[in-house]
Ligand binder design. Structure first.
Ligand code: HEM
Ligand SMILES: [Ca+2]
Ligand SMILES: [Ca+2]
Length: 297
């Protein structure tokens, strides 16, 4: 099983090396912290946290990068490459890409002001990836609350984990195409002024402005805080799936709790990230330690 000490003798400089490269990337572009956090989520939800999302397509298999939830959307692969080369310089052939992603996600949250946790390590890298598993496993922004609960439940994550982890939307951006129908057709769930603000940069007609960006947290998209939950209580959730967490259902009370008590959100987010990081890792002699995160050895 995974352990926080996994590389302490085989690569004592690992954590400092990763942090240094992630810090530089976030300094260059704040949004990168959000993108790295999301990459880890999209890895863990497809055959576990095994670095599968990092593999480029080849002639013999279709990887996950072009699955619906990732295409024109998942970003940060160059940063993971940069971290991997820095790590290979200090301890060649020792550290998996899956673990690098877990550390990069943890560091991103911390650098942007969120909670800290000791990251468990010892994952190995998959030798394959699955486009169809990515399409089926990663929840869509059109999901209902029940669909979200069951997608998380299928991976051993509770309803509370679902709400806490959705708090990842306290940072980062979404494209118009992912929230258009919510801001035009579900205005009954939203405060009018918010729907209007978002409509102003996301035209109603599909195909127009599809890639225009809006912040997932309208207040502090570059800080990891609990404002995402305040927004939901104020009926200013950007995605349909966000507002589903506070729309008269069973999760309203959890959202209210996190909106009034930031430290309970931080504590629950940290434990849910550790739980998500534990989803079916490859350990022992399974998988491999990739030399290049984009391809199998
Ligand atoms: C609950 C189900 C979830 C759904 C339906 C969902 C959906 C989405 C969508 C549609 C986007 C915008 C993508 C784009 O327009 O390109 C997004 C962005 C993002 N998601 Fe989620 N997400 C969910 C859960 C999570 C979780 C669990 C995390 C992390 C713990 C997370 C972290 C992020 C981050 C940080 C961004 C912004 C990325 C960036 O700016 O590059 N999401 N999500
Ligand atoms: Ca995976
Ligand atoms: Ca925020």
């Amino acid at each position: 099983s995974l352990s926080t000490e996994f590389y302490s003798s085989s690569c004592p400089k690992l954590l400092d090396t990763v942090k240094c490269t992630v810090e530089a990337a976030i300094k260059k572009e704040t949004r990168m912290g959000a993108s790295l956090l999301r990459l880890f989520f999209h890895d863990c939800f497809v055959n576990g946290c095994d670095g599968s999302i990092l593999l480029d397509d080849t002639s013999s298999f279709k990887g996950e990068k072009n699955a619906g939830p990732n295409k024109n959307s998942a970003r940060g692969f160059e940063v993971i490459d940069a971290v991997k080369s820095a790590v290979e310089k200090v301890c060649p052939g020792v550290v998996s890409c899956a673990d690098i992603l877990a550390i990069a996600a943890r560091d991103s949250v911390k650098i942007l002001g969120g909670p800290e946790w000791d990251v468990k390590l010892g994952r190995r890298d998959a030798r394959t990836a699955s486009q169809s598993a990515a399409n089926n496993g990663i929840p869509a922004p059109t999901s209902t609350l029940n669909q979200l609960i069951s997608k998380f439940g299928a991976l051993g994550l509770s309803t509370k984990d679902l709400v806490a982890l959705s708090g990842g939307h306290t940072i980062g951006q979404a494209r118009c195409t992912t929230f258009r129908s919510h801001i035009y057709n579900e205005t009954n769930e939203l405060v009018t002024s918010f729907a209007q603000t978002r409509q102003s940069n996301c035209p109603r007609a599909s195909g127009v402005g599809d890639n225009n960006l809006a912040p997932l947290d309208l207040q502090t998209p570059a800080s990891f805080d609990n404002h995402y939950f305040n927004n939901l209580v104020d009926r200013k959730g950007l995605l349909h799936s966000d507002q589903q967490l506070f729309n008269g259902g069973s999760t309203d009370s959890i959202v209210r709790g996190y909106s009034s008590n930031p430290s309970s959100f931080f504590a629950d987010f940290a434990s849910a990230m550790i739980k998500m990081g534990d989803i079916s890792p490859l350990t022992g002699s399974k998988g491999e330690i990739r030399k290049n995160c984009r391809s199998v050895n």
